[in-house]
Design a protein around this ligand. Structure first.
Ligand SMILES: [Zn+2]
Length: 174
């Protein structure tokens, strides 16, 4: 599978709501492989969501080695389909980055412990408990499916500053 181009904010496609996946078939498994290839091509990233490559379907990939988060990680780069939080508790105040806002970071408050219900790549319903780093990653990626990025939680001043930098970057990249 080949890597796709990652959309850079403020691309309007990043702000659209994605549609639920009705059937987990070969096309969805191919999309998951494409997302993983893109994430790996882009280098150091814990996750990527389908709208970041312009596909408005509710699927994201997360990749957090369990050893990086007290045993609570993913099984390699793992796909999560139609995610839904059935529990959210506690506060996690941390700094996030995003492949769609390269080189920038911003402070966001997330829940520190979540239980997420989702479909796996076989179409089986699963539930996974996540805390700390993995919980934050799940919430960041699920936000993408609702057209939200960490930048949307920042002050107008910071948003404008980052917007200018990204527009300049896009111009340079042609
Ligand atoms: Zn992101």
């Amino acid at each position: 599978m080949t890597a796709k181009e990652v959309l850079i904010w403020p691309d309007p496609n990043l702000s659209k709501t994605s549609m639920p996946i009705e059937e987990v078939d070969e096309s969805i498994r191919a999309l998951a492989s494409e997302l993983i290839a893109t994430m790996e091509y882009e280098g150091n990233s814990a996750g990527i969501a389908a709208p970041q490559i312009g596909i408005h379907k509710r699927i994201f990939i997360a990749h957090i080695p369990p050893s990086d988060n007290n045993g609570n990680g993913t099984n390699g780069p793992e796909a999560f389909i139609n995610p839904e939080f059935i529990l959210k508790e506690g506060d996690l105040h941390w700094e996030e980055g995003c492949l769609s806002i390269p080189g920038e970071r911003g402070w966001v408050t997330r829940s520190s412990r979540v239980i997420m219900r989702y479909l796996d790549l076989n179409g089986e319903q699963q539930e996974k408990e996540a805390f700390d780093y993995l919980a934050g990653c799940f919430q960041h990626e699920a936000d993408h499916l609702d057209g939200k990025l960490w930048i949307d939680y920042q002050s107008p001043l910071k948003r404008n500053l980052v917007r200018k930098k990204m527009l300049k970057l896009k111009k340079q990249n042609g």
